[in-house]
Design a binder for this molecule. Structure first.
Ligand SMILES: [Zn+2]
Length: 1053
């Protein structure tokens, strides 16, 4: 039926009627005769003066508003330019509002082609401004909605201009190009103007009707024609001077509601702010302030507005740098309209951080929200991260969370993810409810096209009644605008379009939970089929992250033991000081796990700061460790080297004592003097015709004149189990090699730092073989002792050199490759590639608190797309009764194809950081041949040993052999021993089942334990756990299901 009172267009000519509507509100031509120029019927100039804040990026942090306004401002005019890049410019604006504008809305209109913020004369941050040469995201600030007589002024405002764009400062127009250091930004508008509110309303009405017509007509939906004719008649009415008639026509149209089965869009304002990306951290602090203040201004005007913000770090920056704004934000938080989400310190990378880091993201994030806002987030919010570990559901459950939101899987290049709502089952079988906003975006601007797309794209039609719709400018911050909120009002319940309802995340997930019985299940990782270069780019970030995670682990263990030694009372001051230091250290680590920093996809200026923060965290951890050691062992009088093993099993290893390799034995989580042990067998190194044979009674390896491993096996195992020799009687084919250093061309389609594309595998160049043409220096002996043998070889290629010591030590089951690279390539990736004789279809990879299996074949498009995958400390190829693992100390990118296992070593992308990874690198990896399964061979334990060396600490010599904590039984890895976050002196133990089996163990603690309770990741005490004490040893029996995570909270005397 037609709408009563609406006259259809005279001609049935869509090609004229539809664009006519658009022209009337959106044309760069005819603007003087359509609605566009009527929006601001009057304007007046402002008196402008300027002061350039001295210094570049971050200099603003040293200045207070009160000091800034006392500086000498110089008169300037529109048309002048300001820079260079990253500088800050303050403008004083003095103006009077004409009396003739009484009753009108009055706005400040500003265009500096940069980011900016409006401040009141008294120093209140009022709102952000964001304009560019091609966009006007937030080009005005409303001074009053109803100018009153006698309120003429004069008024003074300040504008703080940042000499950078929303997306940083690239010089060539391509956002991800490295920033240009000398950009200048032209101030092209600074004025006040009167707004015709009727024209503003008609513009929004026509805009939404046009979008309805455009979209629904295209879908053959007759409601589109009804919108079109309404809009057409509105234009005719406006031309006839009947604005109010036009307005009524729109109101009538938008009053026609949907049926009760219409899909609901849970509309939420948000502004994804990358904590650093195309700008440094210091600019993010201001992005937070601009974005938050803009949302407060909108909330004053739109009582229905709901805004969500993630990343406790950003809230903390708001509190620290903008205290006045923080006070106002908190008021809106109390009202439930300004909502913290996610519960994490930052939106971290979803692949690389350790299991413990994931937990700390939540622990410190929730701690901040609880302390500052009295809120505990109920969902994990990670819209923009490059893939999601299979252990996330278990980690979330450990933190008491059951709700997960992201949208990034829509970026997958090969396969379309089949659900927007699903039950996500993790490695240990625990589940969470996962929701992907079906619009596949977190930067919606509330258009009909987006609303209809959200509903039509939904993969769970008929199963879900509600979908998240995240709107607001993002990535560089910003958030919703007035225009978006006006469109939301018009789409609240409009026939032909899903219902747009502003909703909190809690309301959304409550709705989804009521539909969950209809959702399908997805088991295992959410592998993003894109951005898999980020496991390797910026090797420094990966190395420092791994290092910091392990140093903090050591520090927390020793601090816990100090509680045992000094007692809860005696340790109070040390504990208090150490926990402050550890919290700050963790915050540094967690911040730099942000999903562009740790992946390596930031501009270059981010990285020196990130390196410093990691190093400070490591330094702080070492100080806490040393102070705790002094408390444990005493530090007065004569001291000597004491060895500390922080891993929960005994170790016999070669370490350096007094500059000499020494075989030592140290008990589980305990100490020993560095007494030399006798090896079960000596290491020997012999050369025959340029091939070195190296063996230690456990394993035997042959290394050829190119540094490749041509034979590797466990001594005593079946002779056919040689990793690099095909068994006798099988087809010969090509020779197999371990440690082939292979370089590939690495030119992605666009996202340089992010992507290593599938086609790179078509361009291998083996650097260390006879055909490479590169200069290989053959192995020479550098060490040949009964405890340690090594040979050194190298290759020079392009603008790079690669040097490697291949080393075997006594009683050690793996062959180690100590590697130094001077790296100077352009769009190349190098890998250490091991072509083995193993026959298997799966490879296993270490991840957070567990490991997973992935196919090594390309049977399906899903298998094929996983050509570069993430793994942590080890990966393994095994037949049921033997195999080989590759260990590493700081790498995360792997390829497992057929019988080949490759570790990605270095990349050389040029955007957004054209210096990424250039320079010197040192890292190590190892080949661990084994009998039996990886579990039987203790691959998990060997990888921890490879990463967590036995510590040497100075202490009085009377302290010798002691073990603090033992785990009796197999399969349970006691990862974390830490003082409880609450400072009570309680100790938290966190364990996980590491074999993928049901495991029962007994914890044996040489501790005066008074109570044991289960606890979650927030360290909240749960049920009592029975324990037995005998002669000072506390024993706790525990049972684990495969890959489950468990924590205990122990109270000590
Ligand atoms: Zn992001």
């Amino acid at each position: 039926m037609s709408d009563p009172g609406v006259q259809a267009s005279l001609h049935k000519n869509l090609k004229t009627t539809l664009p006519r509507i658009n022209n009337y509100i959106n044309s760069t031509r005819f603007r003087e005769v359509n609605l566009v120029d009527r929006l601001y019927p009057d304007s007046a100039s402002v008196e402008l003066s300027h002061w350039a804040l001295p210094g570049g990026s971050g200099a603003w942090e040293q200045w207070t508003f009160n000091t800034i306004v006392t500086q000498t401002f110089t008169p300037v005019s529109v048309g002048s330019s300001y820079g260079p890049t990253w500088t800050t410019h303050w403008f004083r604006l003095v103006f009077s509002i004409p009396d003739e504008w009484v009753g009108s809305e009055v706005r400040l209109r500003w265009a500096s082609n940069s980011e900016a913020a409006v401040w009141s004369e008294s120093g209140q941050l009022l709102q952000g401004l964001s304009t560019g040469t091609s966009y006007m995201y937030r080009p005005d600030y409303t001074l009053t909605t109803n100018h009153q007589l006698g309120q003429t002024g004069p008024y003074t405002l300040y504008v703080e201009m940042a000499a950078n764009r929303l997306f940083g400062a690239s010089g060539d127009g391509d956002n991800i190009s490295p920033p240009s250091p000398d950009l200048y930004f032209t101030l092209s508008r600074a004025e006040i103007a009167r707004v015709d509110q009727q024209v503003y309303k008609l513009t929004r009405d026509l805009e939404v009707l046009y979008q309805l017509a455009d979209k629904l007509v295209d879908l053959g939906d007759q409601r589109g024609y009804q919108a079109l004719y309404t809009a057409n008649q509105m234009v005719n009415s406006i031309i006839a001077g009947q604005d109010s008639v036009a307005s009524s026509l729109a109101d009538e149209y938008f009053s026609k509601g949907n049926g009760s089965r219409a899909h609901t869009l849970a509309v939420m304002g948000n502004c994804h702010i990358d904590s650093a990306w195309l700008w440094p951290y210091t600019e993010t602090k201001r992005k937070v302030a601009r974005s938050f203040s803009s949302q407060l201004a909108l909330m004053d005007r739109y009582p229905e507005h709901i805004f969500v913000a993630s990343q406790a770090q950003q809230w903390q920056w708001c509190k620290q740098y903008f205290p006045e704004l923080w006070t106002r934000v908190k008021e809106r938080v109390t009202e439930g309209r300004f909502i913290p989400v996610g519960g994490t310190w930052v939106e971290m990378d979803g692949n690389i951080p350790s299991g413990e880091s994931f937990i700390r993201q939540f622990l410190l994030g929730q701690k901040f929200y609880q302390k500052e806002l009295g809120i505990t987030c109920k969902e994990f919010w990670l819209p923009d991260t490059f893939g999601y570990s299979a252990q996330i559901p278990a980690l979330m459950n450990h933190m008491g969370l059951k709700r997960f939101l992201t949208q990034k899987m829509s970026w997958s290049l090969v396969n379309k993810f089949p659900h927007h709502n699903f039950t996500w089952e993790g490695l240990d079988g625990s589940t969470v409810l996962a929701h992907f906003p079906p619009g596949d975006s977190y930067v919606m601007s509330v258009t009909v096209e987006e609303a209809v797309r959200t509903e039509r794209n939904l993969q769970d039609k008929g199963r879900a009644s509600t979908s998240a719709f995240l709107f607001g400018y993002g990535d560089g911050g910003g958030g919703p605008t007035q225009d978006m909120l006006e469109r939301t009002r018009r789409l609240a319940d409009t026939d032909g379009c899903p219902k747009a309802t502003l909703m909190t995340p809690d309301q959304l997930f409550t709705q989804l939970e009521s539909d969950e019985h209809n959702f399908c299940r997805w088991v295992g990782e959410l592998y993003l089929e894109l951005h898999n270069g980020t496991y390797t780019t910026h090797a420094d970030m990966k190395r420092l992250c791994r290092r910091a995670e392990l140093e903090l682990r050591d520090a927390e263990l020793l601090l816990s033991q100090a509680i045992v030694v000094l007692g809860v009372t005696g340790v109070a001051q040390l504990l208090q000081e150490s926990q402050v230091a550890l919290e700050e250290a963790w915050q540094n680590v967690l911040l730099n796990q942000f999903h562009d920093v740790l992946p390596g996809s930031c501009i270059g200026m981010v990285y020196p700061e990130a390196q410093t923060m990691y190093q400070q965290a490591i330094q702080a951890a070492n100080t806490v460790r040393d102070n705790a050691a002094a408390a444990i062992f005493g530090s007065s009088g004569e001291v000597t080297d004491i060895l500390v093993n922080t891993l929960p099993w005994p170790r016999v290893e070669v370490v350096t004592v007094g500059g000499n390799p020494t075989l030592v034995s140290v008990p589980s989580m305990g100490t020993a003097l560095p007494d030399s042990q006798t090896p079960s067998s000596q290491v020997t190194l012999t050369e025959v015709d340029g091939t070195f044979v190296i063996e230690n009674g456990l394993i035997r390896a042959e290394i050829d004149s190119y540094g490749r491993v041509t034979s590797l096996r466990v001594i005593g195992d079946d002779a056919d189990h040689d990793v690099f020799q095909r068994p006798p009687g099988t087809t010969s084919g090509e020779q197999l090699f371990g440690n082939q250093i292979v370089m590939y061309d690495d030119e992605p389609l666009y996202y340089d730092a992010w992507d290593v594309m599938d086609y790179h595998l078509e361009t291998p160049v083996v650097l260390n073989d006879a055909d490479s043409g590169y200069s290989v220096s053959s192995p020479v002996v550098v060490e040949n002792t009964p405890l340690l043998c090594s040979v050194r070889w190298g290759v020079t290629f392009g603008s790079s050199t690669f040097t490697q010591d291949i080393q075997l030590t006594a009683d050690c089951p793996h062959l180690t490759f100590l590697t130094s690279v001077s790296w100077g390539e352009n769009r190349k990736i190098i890998k250490a590639l091991h072509s083995t004789s193993l026959y298997t279809n799966i490879a296993s990879f270490d991840i957070q608190f567990g490991h997973l299996e992935r196919p090594t074949h390309m049977n399906t498009s899903w298998d094929s797309a996983r050509y570069e995958v993430c793994g942590h400390k080890w990966a393994d190829l095994s037949e049921p009764d033997w195999g080989v693992a590759v260990l590493n100390d700081c790498k995360y990118g792997w390829m497992a194809r057929g019988h080949t296992l490759a570790l990605s070593l270095l990349r050389s992308p040029k955007a957004p950081d054209d210096t990424a990874d250039m320079g010197n690198h040192t890292f190590k990896y190892a080949l661990l041949p084994h009998q039996g399964t990886l579990q039987e061979a203790g691959v998990v334990q060997r990888a921890y040993e490879f990463n967590a060396p036995i510590l040497t600490i100075q202490a009085p010599p009377d302290r010798g052999l002691e073990s603090w904590v033992r785990v009796l039984g197999q399969g349970v890895l006691l990862h974390t021993v830490k003082p409880a976050e609450d400072g009570s002196g309680a100790v938290i133990l966190r364990m996980y089942e590491c074999n993928g089996t049901r495991s029962k163990v007994t914890l044996a603690l040489e501790w005066p334990v008074t109570s044991v309770k289960e606890c979650n990741g927030l360290e909240e005490a749960g049920v009592d756990v029975p324990f037995v004490q005998d002669a000072g040893t506390t024993s706790i029996n525990l049972a684990f299901t495969p890959f489950s995570i468990k924590a205990l909270r122990l109270t000590l005397q």
